[in-house]
Design a protein around this ligand. Structure first.
Ligand SMILES: Cc1ncc(COP(=O)(O)O)c(C=O)c1O
Length: 376
């Protein structure tokens, strides 16, 4: 393997020791509760990272695409929750995976999809496991925990031989929190939503084996998971600047970064130009609404130490523009042409998705190259 300093830039690099530490932190947190970790592998989309999440084993996973489901099933992961509301044009692919032996669980939150799934199941003879999605915070999709549709959909599914496996929710609003106290309030709300919806369904006679919650902020700061059976979180394995801005992790906990090379200067503007533009960093500006706007990423030296208050302030497709956040530093003297830098990402999922794989290193030494899958 080449040394980290010999890798062609831009490149996605992954600090294996930090990855392991982040995984251990989540495992330690959840050990206090009677829950299973069903990590969301959409962050990593990599067999090697996902294996590390289970210390080499094959535990339950959450996926965001059926492409991921197929890839991880082929690699021996059988218990798979497809965590996005299923579209009718994906029923056949889901059925094919189930026929091959996957314990695939689908998510839906409306009567129309439920009816279409029932029709498909009747026409093809397939049986599906379904989780109903609950909206715990108005962030995105899901039924309200009090919705009468919950029982109506459950009855429709079970009357037609489909299995209602349980409930799931995702506290997406936790990403807008201003404090750990607010994250804890989101975690309480997330749990309460599925517990309330679950009571409605159990009093109507339904058995719910799976009660699934999870986001990285709520999972790491929850104080009560009673009644919950599993936690889905994904970005915790890598962390990113959005998580650091929330106080969920420290900047030094971020395990992924983009290796880049200084290719020029605009001295009069106080700019350093690099070869990592938005193609390498993504256009994610997730920290823009936080107290500290990190531009397109925090600039570190090749060893991963942040360089003063340098950030990537602008990007073109293949150019990154680095400047000082405060405007007082003269960075040009620090960073000659050819200098290798590492950029910490705003959003680990989005930045990683720009790359075909991870250059994995440990204690500054390259270990391996772990490919990622892409597409749907
Ligand atoms: C349905 C669902 N579950 C779990 C997660 C994982 O949350 P996080 O990225 O905060 O770890 C996500 C992330 O978007 C999600 O959409």
């Amino acid at each position: 393997m080449p040394l980290l300093t010999q890798i062609e830039t831009p490149a996605l690099v992954l600090d294996c020791d930090q990855l392991d530490a982040n995984i251990q932190r989540m495992r330690n947190k959840l050990a206090a509760f009677n829950v299973v970790l069903r990590p969301h592998v959409k962050t990593n989309k990599s067999l090697e990272v996902t294996e590390r999440l289970f210390a080499g084993g094959r535990g339950p996973i959450t996926v965001s695409t059926l492409r991921e489901a197929d890839f991880f099933f082929e690699a021996g992961f059988t218990d798979i929750l497809y965590g996005v509301g299923v579209a009718p044009n994906k029923f056949a692919l889901a059925a094919a995976l189930i026929s091959r032996g996957a314990q695939l669980k689908l998510v839906l939150d409306n009567l129309d999809t439920a009816r279409l799934l029932v029709e498909f199941a009747q026409a093809t003879g397939h049986v599906f496991d379904v989780l109903l999605e609950i909206d715990c915070d108005g962030h995105r999709s899901g039924l309200s925990p009090q919705s009468p549709l919950l029982v109506e959909i459950a009855q429709l599914l079970s009357a037609n031989g489909l299995r209602l496996s349980g409930l799931m929710t995702h506290a997406g609003k936790s990403y807008d929190s201003q404090s750990i106290t607010q994250i804890q309030a989101c975690a309480r709300q997330e749990r309460a939503a599925v517990i309330d919806a679950g009571q409605l369904l159990t009093s109507a006679g339904f058995n719910l084996p799976i009660i699934s919650v999870g986001s990285t902020p709520t999972a790491l700061f929850t104080e009560d998971l009673s009644g919950v059976t599993e936690v889905r979180a994904g970005v915790f394995a890598f962390f990113d600047l959005v998580m650091a801005g929330l106080g969920v992790c420290q900047v030094q906990d971020i395990a992924v970064s983009v290796l880049t090379t200084v290719i020029g200067h605009q001295a009069e503007k106080g700019w350093i130009i690099t070869d990592a533009g938005w193609m390498a960093l993504s256009r994610d500006r997730g920290t823009a609404k936080q107290a500290v706007d990190q531009g397109y990423g925090v600039v570190c030296d090749a060893a991963g130490n942040p360089l003063g208050d340098l950030i990537v302030s602008a990007t073109n497709q293949e150019h990154g523009i680095i400047s000082s956040r405060s405007g007082v530093l003269d960075p040009l003297s620090l960073l000659p042409l050819g200098t290798l830098l590492r950029i910490l990402p705003n959003h680990a999922c989005a930045t990683s998705a720009q790359h075909a794989g991870y250059h994995v290193f440990s204690e500054g030494r390259s270990l391996d190259y772990w490919p990622r899958i892409a597409g749907w």
